[in-house]
Ligand binder design. Structure first.
Ligand SMILES: Nc1ncnc2c1ncn2[C@@H]1O[C@H](COP(=O)(O)OP(=O)(O)OP(=O)(O)O)[C@@H](O)[C@H]1O
Ligand SMILES: Nc1ncnc2c1ncn2[C@@H]1O[C@H](COP(=O)(O)OP(=O)(O)OP(=O)(O)O)[C@@H](O)[C@H]1O
Ligand SMILES: [Mg+2]
Ligand SMILES: [Mg+2]
Lengths: 226, 226
């Protein structure tokens, strides 16, 4: 359902920066996996390309059966709203809006009326432990609360693909475990989930782990978990 | 060198939110300690009040021998630039500026000329492993690279007090250990260092640990470390 073939991403600085130096990766529908690697190794870049938020310099990308290079920006935007939930490393919440409306915004493309979107948003915020913060605007939330709003927004539409970029970096271990459990639940319900993470507890608990280093996949291992 | 006496911080929402519900804390010059607790428990709020970036609703704050309530905003600003280095949970880098100029900005108050500030900024960025990214602007840096720029900016002036709000949330464990080692070095050189962290490896390695829960200090323990 996600495939990268010889993907290169280069930025034209002096000297040029090769954020990805030739990545090959195939992910089947329904998988649950971790992406790990040092700071600056290309994880966010790879996740953005997988989520069609960025185009590679070279190589091919396929998402949900489509060859990304053959789609226009408008078609990619439609593909994303229907299939992909993205949790950004920097959250990107709408600053003037409440937690509830930030998450309801994740359903704008569905054509569902506002009060139904808010009802679903409220349910999503409950799953991340934020029922007591629905009406706080982004500036009235702690760092970990904002992170959880970003997670709720990404999953409220129950997308078939969830791409999460370091979703627990601002969370204590108890709250983190709740998020990992949420990802397991979504995966059991059929979603394909890719989690970029620096937390060894998380990567140790997922059935497949991809190690990135200097823009290349260093290892890609599936394991038996009891 | 830092004292909070019966500090309360309340936000006038409906119902009101008590981010801090009566905190008593004394930190001696030269200490190195961790502040831990669940997401939303008041850690950032407490750190901001300790750093004079916010005023309490009730209670007294003393920093570097001064009673904060007796200083004007201008005097507090002077106190901060002379004594305090603050690493923000959300980094707050200057977006159009390079890593080098972001860190050099941390020395603006010193009256030191630009090329000397840049030389010191370059040295500070080297200690956080970013010599290869000096001229990248904030948008050309990974999440963990931006976090390290924020750390370098906080410490470049060798402040006597370092307040770090979750400084390793976006870093892999190797890079994190480098940051912890940096804090130990600054502490050996005399700085007082308070680290808010969700990383149990970090809190376990510091000689004092304060647990916050629901805006109150639940425990405050000093331990013998070999
Ligand atoms: N401006 C505000 N108005 C209302 N409530 C606020 C405001 N700022 C923070 N809060 C609330 O105060 C509580 C404490 O916030 P704080 O940022 O100190 O938490 P924290 O311990 O740093 O959490 P995290 O680990 O998630 O960063 C949170 O529950 C938050 O929702
Ligand atoms: N617009 C850009 N121009 C130039 N270089 C960039 C740009 N964006 C990212 N980079 C560089 O590409 C490399 C990979 O960035 P990326 O954000 O993918 O890293 P990461 O693995 O997610 O790191 P982290 O764990 O710190 O979040 C980094 O070294 C970064 O400096
Ligand atoms: Mg990243
Ligand atoms: Mg915080």
């Amino acid at each position: 359902v996600l495939a990268l073939e010889n993907v290169v991403k280069e930025y034209p600085l002096t000297p040029p920066v090769r954020a990805l130096a030739g990545v090959d990766l195939t992910i089947e529908a329904g998988e649950l996996l971790a992406v790990v690697g040092p700071s600056g190794s290309g994880k966010s870049t790879m996740l953005h390309i997988m989520g069609t938020l960025d185009r590679p310099t070279k190589g091919d990308v396929s998402v949900a059966g489509y060859r990304v290079s053959e789609l226009s920006d408008a078609e990619l935007s439609g593909l994303r709203s229907r299939h992909i939930g993205f949790v950004f490393q920097a959250f990107y919440l709408l600053t003037g809006y409440s937690a509830l409306d930030n998450v309801a915004d994740g359903l704008l493309y569905t054509g569902v009326p506002l009060d139904e979107r808010r009802a679903r948003a409220s349910a999503a915020l409950e799953t991340v432990g934020l029922s007591h913060r629905l009406d706080h605007v982004a500036t009235q939330l702690s760092g970990g609360e904002r992170q959880r709003v970003a997670i709720a927004r990404a999953i409220v539409g129950k997308p078939s693909i969830v791409l999460a970029d370091e979703p627990t970096g601002n969370l204590d271990s108890t709250t983190s475990s709740g998020i990992v459990e949420l990802f397991h639940e979504l995966n059991r319900a059929g979603s394909t989930i890719v989690v970029v993470t620096h937390d060894p507890e998380i990567s140790a608990s997922l059935p497949r782990i991809i190690h990135l280093r200097d823009g290349l996949i260093e290892s890609d291992r599936v394991r038996e978990l009891s």
